[in-house]
Design a binder for this molecule. Structure first.
Ligand code: HEC
Length: 157
């Protein structure tokens, strides 16, 4: 048996002793109290305050290869409105990574309004839902483009 494996066997005891002696030390206690206070402060800071309370200014998207250069969102009607309302709090990743039906997107919006401080989208809501349902629908609902026809396959070495 090596010295090392003796250490491993005794590890729980050593850790326990370390903690016990730590608890007896006033400096350790102060440190611990400080950490607990820090954690408490942090968690009360991110208490459901919305990140934003109004939409971003409308900006015309710059499209390249069918996508908005700045956000990666697919080009389509309503894109600018979506960018203004939907990227005020979080990145476009949350949209790009998801696929829902129109109904599903509506539910997400309602969830954000009820729990995350999303505002009333007013007249923009149908525009946003149309965009999302057209561009980020589950596969079987999607009809954006036909499958590629003339693909030039090449051999992998
Ligand atoms: C007021 C802030 C705010 C705005 C504006 C906002 N969201 Fe969100 N959204 C959130 C928060 C907070 C989350 C949760 C993020 C997390 O889980 O990290 C979220 C999560 C999401 C998710 C992931 C939901 C899930 O179930 O995983 C999607 C999709 C989404 N938002 C889409 C949108 C769309 C579309 C819009 C525009 C209509 C929008 N968001 C506008 C705050 C906002």
């Amino acid at each position: 048996m090596t010295v090392f494996s003796i250490y491993i066997e005794r590890l729980p005891t050593l850790v326990f002793r370390f903690l016990v002696s730590g608890f007896q030390s006033p400096i350790f206690m102060l440190f611990l109290i400080g950490q607990i206070a820090l954690v408490a402060c942090n968690s009360s800071n991110d208490s459901s305050e919305p990140v934003a309370t109004e939409p971003l200014p409308l900006v015309n998207a710059q499209i390249k290869d069918g996508k908005d250069i700045a956000t990666g969102l697919l080009a389509g009607e309503g894109l600018n409105v979506v960018k203004s309302h939907c990227l005020a709090c979080h990145s476009s990743d949350l949209i790009v990574q998801n696929r829902f039906t129109r109904e599903g997107w509506h539910k997400k919006i309602i969830w954000m309004q009820e729990t995350q401080g999303l505002w009333d989208l007013g007249e923009s809501e149908p525009v946003i839902l149309n965009y999302l349902a057209a561009n980020y629908a589950p596969e079987e609902f999607r009809g954006r483009r036909k499958p590629l026809a003339e693909v030039e396959w090449y051999e992998l070495d």
